[in-house]
Design a protein around this ligand. Structure first.
Ligand code: R2B
Ligand code: URA
Length: 285
């Protein structure tokens, strides 16, 4: 293409010098919420000693309210919204952006929230395998009217390294396990508190018990498409989600905002530790 418009980022190859803007990116952190990405950008600036008192860290995607993007040094932070379609659109444009910017050796990490299965709320789960709602390690998408099945492998070495970072820091529980990606927050995650519910508490518990037998430790809404698209494009990838409730005990998210905010910082702290460690090994920054 002579010109490539990354429509949902409000960026393009003719309108922006993508290699100059993004060529040094080595880590991309993604999460659902634009505000969490802004916070993470400021947090990682501090961790890496790259705070700039003169910068208020502008949103690089200003001009669109679809996604938000921030950058400090070699770390790019991008929001993806809720669920598979929103995440898939963001990843298509992110992968093209990294390609146009001629980035090399990039690691992409999703930091998010999730519902835990039999875990104390606040536990951080590093994903071993992203699975669908039938506990299969696959991402299915209808393309040209046909169902295309893609694998959802993540980088095992990176997951192990994240687990080691959790042990080193010893600030909160960090475990490794499978993550179930649901297409919905309510019925798709066996909740009883949606607008509709045509099953019982017993049905819910049986389903979650089957998930647990399949190694599922937490449930969220993006991991399969994230794993599949990163694998397809050769990006090293990991998923790190904090559990904000134990789904065996309930469905409502009713912790205070302070508690939730504290939980949400945990994946950021873990990933911040990993990035600092990996950059100091490579001698940058
Ligand atoms: C976790 O939290 C969001 C739903 O509340 C969703 O984006 C996810 O994966
Ligand atoms: N995000 C989810 O998708 N599910 C939960 O239960 C909590 C956060």
């Amino acid at each position: 293409m002579k010109d490539d418009v990354l429509y949902h980022f409000n960026l393009g190859t003719s309108s922006h010098n993508l290699p100059a803007m993004f060529g040094d990116v080595k880590f991309v952190c993604v999460a659902g919420s634009p505000l969490r990405m802004k916070e993470f950008n400021e947090y990682i600036a501090g961790v890496l000693g790259l705070e700039d008192p003169d910068s208020n860290y502008p949103n690089i995607c200003e001009g669109t309210d679809r996604y938000a993007m921030y950058k400090v040094g070699p770390v790019l932070s991008v929001s993806h919204g809720i669920g598979v379609p929103s995440t898939s659109i963001m990843l298509h444009e992110l992968i093209k952006l990294l390609h146009h910017a001629r980035c090399t050796d990039v690691t992409v990490i999703r930091i998010g929230t999730s519902g835990g299965i039999g875990l104390e709320p606040g536990t951080v789960v590093v994903t071993k395998q992203a699975v669908d709602a039938q506990f299969m390690p696959r991402f299915e998408q209808v393309i040209l009217g046909k169902t295309v099945v893609r694998s959802t492998n993540l980088d095992h070495g990176l997951a192990e390294e994240l687990l080691r970072c959790g042990e080193e820091m010893n600030q909160f529980d960090t475990v490794i396990g499978n993550t179930m990606c649901a297409m919905d927050f309510y019925e798709g995650q066996a909740r009883l508190d949606g607008a509709f519910c045509f099953y019982t508490e017993k049905d819910k518990q049986e389903y979650l018990a089957k998930a647990s037998e399949a190694g599922v430790r937490n449930i969220e809404m993006e991991s399969t498409v994230f794993a599949a698209m990163c694998e397809l494009s050769g990006l090293r990838a990991a998923v790190v989600c904090v559990t904000i409730l134990d789904r065996l005990k309930g469905d409502q998210v009713n912790s205070s905002n302070e508690v939730l905010h504290n939980y949400m910082q945990r994946p950021q702290i873990l990933v911040g530790h990993l990035i600092k460690k990996q950059l100091s090994v490579s001698g940058k920054p």
